[in-house]
Design a protein around this ligand. Structure first.
Ligand code: AHM
Ligand code: MG
Length: 342
């Protein structure tokens, strides 16, 4: 018998995201059926379709608005609509996703074929930061995966499946369409990052075990709103600037949550979207923005709160619920929490 030895053949050890998930399952859930990795490959396929559209956006008449508003009253970009279709289509055909919910759709979407036995719920923001797309700034897809009980009578309100606290997520992640396309994901055993190799069309592991630095020197917030932030936030930012933490800070704000968080994850520091006069409950959405980001942050050694409570403990009451978000390195978050207590 002839054995293939890739090292002897001088081949690089290409670990794709699918291989990585299967290995992780073999280690941590030997009983798993492989359904979960099949589900995730629906997300990676959709993200490759979105990445291809984003890369060619200026050439294909997909820039600009779609001429309608979504349920949040925000103007939908054409690419919001296309990215949403790609995810609904790729996930709806997997066979184990019974319910999906998207930033772009008012109500959860039930997959009739899988309503009875489908084990998973996927909640997503198909194209976050899409108002940036016309100016070629990074955007992203964010997703959160929840378990679901069977629905033998097929009568349960799908909202019941969706409205679970973030602590119930079994996996979460995002794809950032930046100078390269990267998938960052957790299934509760740390965080790993994969870069899309455009030549091969596969996500290859590039960041095997991401840890958020214990502290950073960046803070990230839309400072144009600062006069209308609650006092705790204004004082916190003033104290960061004044050197009270013993460190000097600089500021960075892209206005795309995925890109702002990706930088915070890799470089450390803190990202904030506080309550403002225009958005007294915060602007970001709990289920498909804050929850997946908070799960990733915690899995990488960081923290995430809504200004008072751990994001992952918040019991959602509506699909498009908004929340303030403060997420970042341990040191900056502990400093924020102390400030909040005093
Ligand atoms: P979107 O989901 O409609 O794209 O909006 C969310 C985006 C986030 O990506 C980003 O953090 C935030 O809105 C920026 O808001 P602002 O322009 O108010 O700073
Ligand atoms: Mg969004």
């Amino acid at each position: 018998m002839r054995e293939v030895n890739l090292l002897l053949m001088n081949m690089p050890a290409f670990m794709t995201v699918e291989q990585h998930i299967l290995e992780e399952q073999r280690r941590n859930h030997p009983e798993a059926s492989g359904e979960f990795s099949w589900l995730l490959s629906g997300i990676t396929l959709a993200s490759k379709i979105v990445a291809a559209m984003v890369r060619r956006a200026g050439l294909t008449n997909v820039l600009g608005t779609a001429g309608q508003q979504n349920v949040q009253g925000e103007t939908q970009q054409k690419l919001d609509v296309l990215a949403n279709q790609a995810l609904l289509d790729c996930l709806g055909r997997r066979g184990n996703v019974a319910v999906m919910a998207s930033e772009e759709d008012a109500e959860p979407i039930v997959v009739p074929r899988d309503r009875k036995n489908g084990k998973h719920v996927v909640v997503f923001d198909p194209l976050d930061g899409s108002s940036n797309i016309d100016v070629n700034v990074s955007v992203g897809t964010i997703f959160s995966i929840l378990r679901r009980d069977p629905d033998p009578t097929e009568t349960r309100d799908p909202l019941v499946d969706v409205l679970q606290p973030g602590s119930k997520q079994i996996a979460a992640g995002y794809v950032v369409y930046g100078s390269s396309t990267m998938l960052v994901y957790t299934a509760g055993n740390g965080v790993a990052g994969f870069t899309l190799d455009p030549a091969v069309g596969a996500y290859i592991i590039s960041h095997p075990r991401i840890r958020m630095p214990e502290h950073g020197n960046l803070y990230s917030v839309n400072e144009a709103n600062a006069d209308t932030f609650p006092e705790t936030y204004r004082t916190y930012l003033a104290r960061l600037r004044s050197g009270d933490t013993g460190r000097a800070y600089s500021s960075r704000y892209i206005g795309s949550l995925v890109a702002d968080f990706h930088r915070t994850l890799l470089k450390g520091g803190v990202f904030l979207y506080p309550p403002t006069r225009a958005n007294p409950k915060g602007k970001l959405r709990l289920l498909y923005e804050a929850n997946p980001i908070a799960f990733l942050a915690e899995q990488a050694g960081g923290l995430a709160t809504d200004g008072k409570n751990r994001i992952l403990d918040v019991q959602p009451t509506s699909l498009h619920q908004r929340t303030p978000l403060v997420v970042g390195s341990k040191a900056e978050m502990e400093f924020f929490n102390k400030q909040e207590e005093s």
